[in-house]
Design a protein around this ligand. Sequence first.
Ligand SMILES: Cc1cc2nc3c(=O)[nH]c(=O)nc-3n(C[C@H](O)[C@H](O)[C@H](O)COP(=O)(O)OP(=O)(O)OC[C@H]3O[C@@H](n4cnc5c(N)ncnc54)[C@H](O)[C@@H]3O)c2cc1C
Length: 476
Amino acid sequence: MITPAILQSLQTIVGSEYVSTSTDIIAENSQDALRQVFPAEAVVFPRTAEEIAAILKLANEHKFYVTARGGGVGYVGSAVPIQGGIVLATSRMNQILEIRKDDLLAVVEPAVTNYDLQQAVEAQGLFYPPDPSSWKESFIGGNIALNAGGPRCVKYGNTRQFVLGLDFVTPTGEIITAGGRTPKNATGFNLSGLMIGSEGMLGIITRAILRLLPLPEARRTALAIFATAQDACNCVAGFTEAGILPVALELLDRVSINAIEDYEPSGMPRHAGALLILEVDGLREAVTREAEIMRELCQKHHAIEYREAANDADADNLWEVRRKMSPAVKKTGAVKINHDIVIPRSRIPEMLAFLEGVSARYGYRIPTFGHAGDGNLHTNIMLPNNEPETKQIAAQAVREIFQKTVDLGGTLSGEHGIGYAKAPFLDLALTKPTIALMQTIKHALDPNGILNPGKVLEPAIAAEEMNFLTSDFPCC
Ligand SMILES: Cc1cc2nc3c(=O)[nH]c(=O)nc-3n(C[C@H](O)[C@H](O)[C@H](O)COP(=O)(O)OP(=O)(O)OC[C@H]3O[C@@H](n4cnc5c(N)ncnc54)[C@H](O)[C@@H]3O)c2cc1C
């Protein structure tokens, strides 16, 4: 319970204009992309690590909950204060502090958007590969706390691969400096690693040192259509034997292709089993050769159509097919359940066949698309409404899909995290001792359980109670 005395102390720490109890500010900061509101009691906007440390000390003294917030566009409710308390909005901590071409690194505050960082480093001939579709809204702090990814992660890896060091404040208010400015670091435990993907439960990130790469000189993009998902997946596997690693290998299944044709026909055969958008990048000469190999591979694996971009504008047009997924999906049902399962990529055809079965049994369309190169599929279960009975049935369908995912050697999330939305299913993917070890770590760092309660390890909301997205909200 946030008492007037606590509000007064918060104002003393950050300044009275940076503590808000306005209904609008609270509503805005008490939901994420899931659009289910759990109101905070106040929203606090600190500017420094020292202010955050003081807030967390106060929270431990008075036992109120604190939930950190970045851009607020997560898909699993992880930034939502489902048990009340305060939202600690990081939005004022938005400076790019350094970009070093010689050391290939950037130092940023947590509220720098992924987009702003990419623009700033590219202006200097540098490259920050993690590319969530939410890049214009999501913050680097949120990306790190959820280990965000995107199409380019096939080649370059998720956010985790690009964090060299972090400053963070522990739940009890200690300021920690972990990692550093060097790509190699074997000094003590990897505490930055512990923070990556910790969903704001183990500390609040106040500064990040990020690894950069030289900006690739060239890229080539193509779109290939296959009669079967198996052909498309064989093609994906063929790249390994050919010795090249594409920057993106995006797959759209038959339901997605048909959703696009229903929405805005672009001449794609409705009987096609899958479509791939493929991209290679690197030195110009190498990319020319890799583009040839890419075409040969698609032909070898029986592509029934192959469209190659001649220039950047063409490439953008090919990516437009992928971007159409969001409005096209809207047309296939009133509300959607969007999950980002990840499976070994060799099992994708089995998963797609299984999803067709679930769709037939439950009568819901399930357009599925995503990052075939790393097995990260976005399944969109399209429901007729958000009524309790529908939710009950949908929760069962979700459980079946997660169970199959785990049976195929995969897991519940490749990039969105667990939050509260997937917490009821965590025990499908992790063993009891594994969950117990995570709880031990959480308790050691946060003995009073003040930081982001009700997430990941503590299912607070039953699967049947989840709100689902109304389909006017974009998907990734
Ligand atoms: C249209 C759309 C497309 C998307 N596409 C992708 C995609 O391609 N790939 C992908 O990975 N995700 C995608 N997402 C999901 C989401 O945008 C990402 O997970 C993103 O990383 C969330 O960042 P955020 O700043 O909005 O974090 P928030 O939602 O604000 O917070 C997420 C979590 O991080 C914690 N947190 C935030 N800041 C800090 C901090 N400074 N210190 C500690 N913890 C913190 C919060 O407590 C919370 O647990 C998409 C979402 C939408 C709506």
